[in-house]
Write a protein that binds this ligand. Structure first.
Ligand SMILES: [Zn+2]
Ligand SMILES: [Zn+2]
Length: 362
């Protein structure tokens, strides 16, 4: 099956890395299986396309060999395993700089997608979630946040192996270093053999000779940890950010993921409409008729907006490039919706002047 990775991500063949990344984040977010409208198949496709197009080496091979490239290594045939997809997080894809090698394509892909090659059950820490509140301006421009979490983390003293500093590991006696134990049960249908992970060494085949005093040999402990999150520009209220491996740690296994819900405090003046920012502006009748310059406090600071003469109610002025960032150096626009504020009460003088205007046919 030939796949057009550019089409899957909805980008041009000439798209730069940043555009590809943006397209990927957007689609991965949309199709993420954890989402209500998620679509796992599409999510995998998008992920697959990104793995290729985000890597210069793979991208150029793909450009060169097209769909043939895919058939050579059964790239589409991966299975989802522990640790799963990088998703839209910001810490994944460390593998993407790996050298390309046709002969090892399957290996590379199983690395990418965390395939459970060995077929052995892997221990995985709990996924955890938290939420943060950011201002409207921070949601538009992005912000770096430090989050303090109390969670089960790997022990720094023993680096997670549970051994006292300076002491060695020894072979686990319970499983004789095999990491697993065979269990044979006799039943009326004959004997059934199952393999179980050794509970003493948790499958690693070795145990500390002397236990780490900090974590009592567990390799993990509950502690407070500071996590740095770079909230991307243009994030919307309610969006989730997943940080792979930042969830709870588990001894001799992979850490779970951390999900962070982003709450955006609404702004008193600005609202979002796609990549544009929208605001209302009340004009005096005379300004609407004669035109003027209006100072406006945007999220970027003060600007002067020219109101042309003779604008009408609900007319929209567009200030280019003052909206939501959409890519490298690109931004949506600021839309200023004009409203004409008519006076509630007229002074005698105003009334006389308007009577005059009336005679002029205005
Ligand atoms: Zn320890
Ligand atoms: Zn053991």
């Amino acid at each position: 099956m030939a796949k057009d990775y550019y089409e899957i991500l909805g980008v041009d063949k000439s798209a730069n890395k940043d555009e590809i990344k943006k397209a990927f984040y957007k689609l991965a977010h949309k199709y993420h299986p954890d989402k209500k409208e998620g679509d796992e198949k599409k999510f995998k496709e998008v992920n697959e396309a990104y793995q290729i197009l985000s890597d210069d080496g793979k991208r150029s091979k793909y450009d060169q060999f097209g769909s043939g490239y895919e058939n050579m290594g059964n790239a589409g045939g991966y299975s989802q395993g522990q640790g799963g997809f990088g998703g839209f997080d910001f810490s994944g894809f460390q593998n993407s700089s790996q050298d390309f090698d046709f002969g090892n394509l399957n290996d590379i892909f199983s690395d990418f997608f965390g395939g459970n090659g060995g077929g052995r059950e892997q221990r995985r820490g709990r996924d955890i979630s938290t939420e943060i509140h950011i201002t409207f301006a921070e949601s538009i421009f992005g912000v770096n946040r430090k989050i303090l979490l109390t969670k089960t983390s790997s022990c720094d003293t023993c680096k997670g192996n549970g051994a006292k500093t300076g002491t060695k590991m020894e072979t686990c006696k319970a499983c004789n270093g095999q990491g697993q134990i065979r269990e044979v049960r006799r039943t009326i249908l004959g004997s059934i053999e199952t393999k179980k992970i050794c509970e003493h060494c948790l499958g690693s085949g070795e145990v500390p000779k002397e236990k780490c005093e900090k974590c009592h040999g567990k390799g993990v402990l509950r502690k407070e940890e500071e996590i740095s999150l770079a909230v991307p520009a243009g994030i919307r209220n309610g969006e989730m950010v997943r940080m792979t491996g930042m969830g709870e740690a588990v001894a001799k296994g992979t850490s779970g993921d951390l999900y962070i819900k982003i709450n955006v405090t609404p702004h008193a003046i600005f609202k979002r409409d796609g990549h544009d920012l929208v605001m209302n502006l009340n004009l005096k009748l005379s300004d609407a008729l004669l035109g003027t310059e209006y100072p406006i406090e945007t999220l970027d600071g003060k600007i002067e907006v020219t109101i042309p003469e003779g604008v009408s109610i609900n007319e929209i002025l567009r200030v280019k490039g003052k909206g939501v960032p959409v890519g490298k150096g690109k931004r949506g626009d600021l839309l200023i919706k004009l409203n004409i504020k008519l006076p509630n009460k007229l002074s005698r003088k105003s009334r006389e002047l308007i009577e005059e205007l009336k005679k002029e046919g205005i």
